[in-house]
Design a binder for this molecule. Structure first.
Ligand code: ATP
Length: 237
């Protein structure tokens, strides 16, 4: 589904990614784990085509066998990529429902069924209750649900999620985990930046450990469970 070969990225002269090669297969949930500043957000932005605003990149990115390296973000969205940024990207002056109805639907992608508003409200009852409120008046957990729901409305085939559980209460973290599993069962592939190793181990099939812009290890579910304490210590959590 996603293949990255020799991806490097710079901010001016400072190199943030060094020859990153990785893959995510269809139907997988894969996490990117690493300390602050390791390059996780930079990697997701490169995948979505958003790094150009900051600096240059080299290497190649392909989605379902098509080279998307030179394509702008909207063209990658049309090929089924959906991005959930870490700053949440909610339109402050718009209501919850307006934020939800702005999302364009990916056409002809052969991907999962785009979520209807009704399905969003059934899955996220908080959003139904708050549908007339400005998006930014929601709690952190509700905002995370809103951004996730907005991407699901597009029918994206590959979700790129930047720390969806950051700052959320255990109840919301659990709910996000359930939703990611549900979304995967319905045909969406997920690449997730995650500092919460316990959560990552519970939801994901595989993990890449990123350090100083390089992939230093690739771990399967059992390896992460066995090394959970060591990873927590490494990440400084
Ligand atoms: P965090 O969890 O703290 O967001 P991260 O693993 O996502 O960390 P990045 O945000 O990708 O890491 O940062 C990777 C490197 O790039 C860091 O050295 C960071 O200081 C640098 N960097 C990130 N954004 C910028 C920017 N806009 N301008 C200059 N340097 C940046």
């Amino acid at each position: 589904m996603l293949r990255v070969d020799g991806l490097s990225a710079w901010y001016g002269e400072a190199q943030a990614l060094r020859e990153v090669s990785m893959r995510v297969d269809e139907g997988e949930i894969v996490t990117l784990v690493g300390r602050n500043g390791a390059g996780k957000t930079t990697l997701l932005r490169c995948l979505m085509g958003l790094h150009g605003a900051y600096g240059r990149t080299t290497g190649t990115i392909s989605v379902s066998g098509d080279d998307v390296t030179g394509l702008p973000p909207h063209a990658r969205a049309r090929r089924g990529l959906g991005y959930v940024p870490d700053d949440r990207g909610i339109y402050a002056t718009l209501s919850v429902e307006e934020n939800l109805t702005l999302a364009p639907v990916v056409k002809g992608g052969g991907g999962p069924e785009p979520w209807s508003l009704e399905r969003v409200y059934e899955t996220f009852p908080h959003l139904r209750e708050r549908r007339r409120s400005p998006g930014t008046t929601l709690s952190g957990g509700e905002q995370q649900m809103l951004v996730l729901a907005r991407v699901l409305r597009t029918g994206a085939r590959l979700l790129l999620c930047d720390e969806p559980t950051e700052g959320l209460s255990p109840l919301f973290v659990q709910r996000i985990g359930e939703i990611l599993r549900e979304v995967r069962a319905a045909g969406t592939t997920v690449l997730l930046v995650e500092q919460n190793v316990h959560f990552a181990a519970a939801v994901a099939d595989r993990h890449y450990l990123l350090a100083e812009g390089r992939i230093v290890e690739s771990l399967d579910r059992d390896q992460v469970r066995e090394r959970e304490h060591q990873l927590l210590e490494y990440l400084g959590i």
